[in-house]
Design a binder for this molecule. Structure first.
Ligand SMILES: Nc1ncnc2c1ncn2[C@@H]1O[C@H](COP(=O)(O)OP(=O)(O)OP(=O)(O)O)[C@@H](O)[C@H]1O
Ligand SMILES: [Mg+2]
Length: 458
């Protein structure tokens, strides 16, 4: 209703002003320049005076740089939770299969909120975006908040803070973790897109030496609670992990377990699809806090494995043959080692902190020491071939047993052969899936291990 009054009032005002302008246009030819100027100034001053409303726009991105405006996300969460049910048109999304449908206000819809008895009108809208890679179709979404001028102080000092706190609580309450990946967003750019992150791996299901597991969990816990500590020592609140080991030893599974443990989002950064350092920086900047940024198989991602300056001609030729050149051939069209290092811990990397960065590799020795030095990749975790301790985790999870007479045979075989946890898991699963009994499952594993031993001896 109040909204209608506002619209009505504005249109009456508009008509009056139009007729004033009409009279003015008719008379302008017959009066002096000075009078014309005075009248124009008068009209300009009258317009805001006659309009009793004040407007605040909250855009999706900051006006001066490419980062997302947190207040927009908070307002979005607040309005979706508090006011979306009032809108005549809504947008419905399911953010996780286990979660309930989520309603947001559709574009060009207006809703009314009340704060301390004061009415405030919110309109969801969009305009052209300055940053083509950041929003699909070059569109920038924003909310327009309209209220009576006399409540300006209340809105600026209390209502916006109320939105901030409520929005944060709502986001925390409804938090569905997301897995982000980069997709082509039309035009020339790429942008992050996300799906619900529902990987079931946890530290309980991860087959890993118990001491290593304990170290990682303790490290993650101190990181999560370390906000004040990082501030005190003057370091950005982020931590790097390097996971290395042969294929199938659980590196990707460990990433999922870490994200689940911390309840963070995951950004899967495919370096080979990134054009240059500038774009890489943008993508890092667009990641939010409480997230795990993953670069899998860093040794294959780019030619980042060689030394920072490629010395001989052969190396140079190889570097130029790859889509992205190595360090030493830094140019605007490539992602280089220095670009990556700068993205990880350059000055601006402290924006939106509380981030974990994880690199995985099968060939740790190939990596440039600069990329994985401590302080950059703080913890180096070796994911090894299956040990007996790791096997016991599988036995508990897959078969529900803690001991068995075949355990000693398996322990001995695991000391003699190199099999990945993935192979052990597969051997146990192939039988246990078909409800074979424990004896059959373990006997099958013994068979697999024996044949691996024979292969090794050959
Ligand atoms: N340590 C482990 N704990 C639990 N499951 C594991 C472990 N290692 C491997 N697996 C099982 O094997 C499969 C493959 O493991 P994963 O993808 O994590 O290996 P990876 O080290 O990332 O391999 P790659 O180097 O080829 O990427 C997983 O789906 C999981 O079921
Ligand atoms: Mg992997």
């Amino acid at each position: 209703m109040a909204s209608l009054i506002q619209v009505g009032l504005s249109s009456v005002l508009k008509k009056k002003l139009e007729s004033l302008f009409f009279v003015w246009a008719m008379a302008r030819n017959s009066i002096s320049v000075e009078v014309k100027r005075m009248f124009t100034t008068f009209l300009r001053r009258m317009i805001p005076f006659l309009n009793p409303y004040h407007v605040i726009e909250i855009h999706e991105h900051h006006s001066e740089h490419m980062m997302r405006n947190k207040l927009y996300s908070l307002a979005n969460a607040y309005l979706s939770d508090v006011c979306a049910h009032e809108a005549n048109k809504q947008q419905a999304e399911v953010r996780s299969l286990s979660g309930r449908p989520f309603l947001t206000i559709a574009e060009e819809e207006e809703v009314v909120d009340t704060f301390h008895g004061v009415k405030l009108w919110w309109l969801a809208s969009s305009c052209k975006s300055k940053y083509s890679t950041q929003s699909s179709n070059g569109e920038e979404r924003f909310y327009r908040l309209t209220f009576h001028k006399k409540y300006r102080k209340l809105v600026e000092q209390e209502y916006l803070t109320h939105i901030f706190h409520e929005g944060r609580e709502i986001i925390a309450r409804n938090r569905q973790r997301r897995l982000f990946t980069k997709i082509h967003s039309g035009g020339s750019g790429y942008s992050w897109t996300c799906v619900a992150f529902e990987h079931p791996a946890t530290f309980d299901t991860l087959a890993l030496d118990p001491a290593t597991k304990r170290d990682v969990i303790e490290d993650l816990m101190s990181f999560r609670e370390g906000k004040e500590y990082y501030k005190k020592i003057g370091k950005a609140w982020k931590r790097g992990y390097l996971l290395y080991g042969p294929p199938g030893t659980g590196k990707s599974t460990m990433i999922a377990a870490i994200a689940n443990f911390l309840e963070y989002d995951v950004y899967d950064l495919e370096l080979t699809t990134i054009k240059n350092n500038m774009e890489l920086k943008k993508f890092f900047l667009e990641t939010s806090s409480k997230s795990v940024i993953v670069v899998e198989d860093i040794d294959c991602s780019l030619n980042l494995t060689s030394k920072r300056v490629t010395k001989n001609k052969k190396d140079k030729d190889e570097a130029e043959a790859t889509p992205a050149a190595t360090e030493g051939y830094d140019n605007v069209n490539t992602v280089t080692l220095s670009g990556l290092l700068n993205s990880i811990d350059g000055l601006w990397s402290a924006c939106e902190d509380e981030k974990i960065i994880i690199f995985t590799t099968n060939h740790v020795k190939k990596l440039d020491p600069a990329l994985i030095r401590r302080g950059r990749m703080d913890m180096h975790i070796e994911m090894s071939y299956c040990t007996f301790e790791a096997f016991k985790v599988f036995a508990r999870n897959y078969l529900g047993i803690k001991t068995h007479h075949l355990f000693s045979t398996i322990e001995k075989l695991l000391q003699e052969v190199n099999v990945s946890p993935a192979d052990v898991a597969e051997a146990l699963m192939s039988k246990s899936l078909r409800n074979a009994d424990v004896e059959v499952c373990l006997a099958h594993l013994v068979e697999v291990l024996n044949s691996a031993k024979e292969d090794m001896n050959k």
